[in-house]
Design a protein around this ligand. Structure first.
Ligand code: TYD
Length: 242
């Protein structure tokens, strides 16, 4: 497969065309952003570790019957994905109180929520990804009737699967962000990336942070922490296959 022309340089990945219609070339970059891209840093090794974590998680979800845009991993930093029309919503999923929800309602850190909380942000750097509800997203034409219900259904399935997979790696999935895309036939499938860049993970026992919070709060070395997540996922994968 050949890399074609650049489609878009994102915050952590660059997307290129390929010589096969319907497939895109995704390069994971050594870049971290916080505060919606306002703080950008070069972080050596991050692209490789996120590509590896994402590859494990997408292969796992596919093996559990979830349809995704993932096709194959070509090298340490490159994946081939299906080209989809991205639904312009960040789907935020929360199992325990942290981040903006914890702050908004003044909750104790990691308080268990009575049920999974799903909320949306509209993907727009100019507007700073404003929170949006399903009625607004429909009214503004960002989604079509039925899309929100399908997104919620898929999100809850994916959440249950990820909670279980991370628990095997002794990690607690606090909250995370998903993105979905539409295939030409209108089917909604999981897209984008699942890595510690867009998940909050804590050690199941000690509650130590193992995610981008170490970067946001400047409390530790990001790649060392991401590599620990990868190591735990790889070790638990070996156990799962024995
Ligand atoms: P949230 O608590 O709303 O914001 P912040 O991460 O700024 O404290 O985030 C909840 C989860 O969703 C967290 O795991 C990070 C993820 N997320 C993203 O990956 N990208 C985003 O643009 C947003 C808003 C959240």
């Amino acid at each position: 497969m050949q890399r074609g022309s650049l489609i878009k340089e994102g915050k952590a990945k660059s997307l290129y065309e390929t010589d096969e219609p319907g497939l895109i070339w995704v390069e994971y970059m050594d870049q971290a952003t916080a505060l919606n891209g306002k703080r950008k840093h070069h972080i050596a090794g991050k692209g490789v570790v996120n590509n590896k974590i994402d590859t494990i998680l997408f292969n796992y979800l596919i093996s559990e019957g979830i349809k995704t845009d993932y096709v194959e991993t070509l090298s340490d930093t490159v994946q081939i994905n299906k080209s989809v029309k991205i639904i312009p919503l960040e789907v935020i999923v929360r199992n325990y109180a942290s981040g903006s929800l914890q702050k908004k309602f003044n909750l104790p850190y990691l308080q268990k929520l009575n049920q999974t909380v799903i909320s949306y942000c509209y993907k727009s750097d100019e507007l700073d990804d404003p929170v949006i509800n399903a009625s607004e997203a429909l009214g503004l034409g960002f989604i079509q009737p039925g899309d929100s219900e399908r997104i919620q259904e898929l999100t809850l399935q994916i959440n249950d699967l990820l909670i279980e997979r991370f628990a095997q790696a002794n990690l607690q999935l606090v909250d995370f962000k998903l993105e979905f895309g539409k295939l030409p036939n209108g089917e909604i499938i999981l897209a984008d990336e699942i890595s510690p860049d867009n998940c909050r993970l804590v050690d199941l026992t000690t509650k130590e942070s193992l995610d981008k919070d170490v970067f946001r709060k400047s409390t530790g070395d990001l790649v060392t922490v991401y590599e620990e997540v990868l190591k735990r996922l790889e070790q638990s994968e070996e156990k799962a296959h024995v």
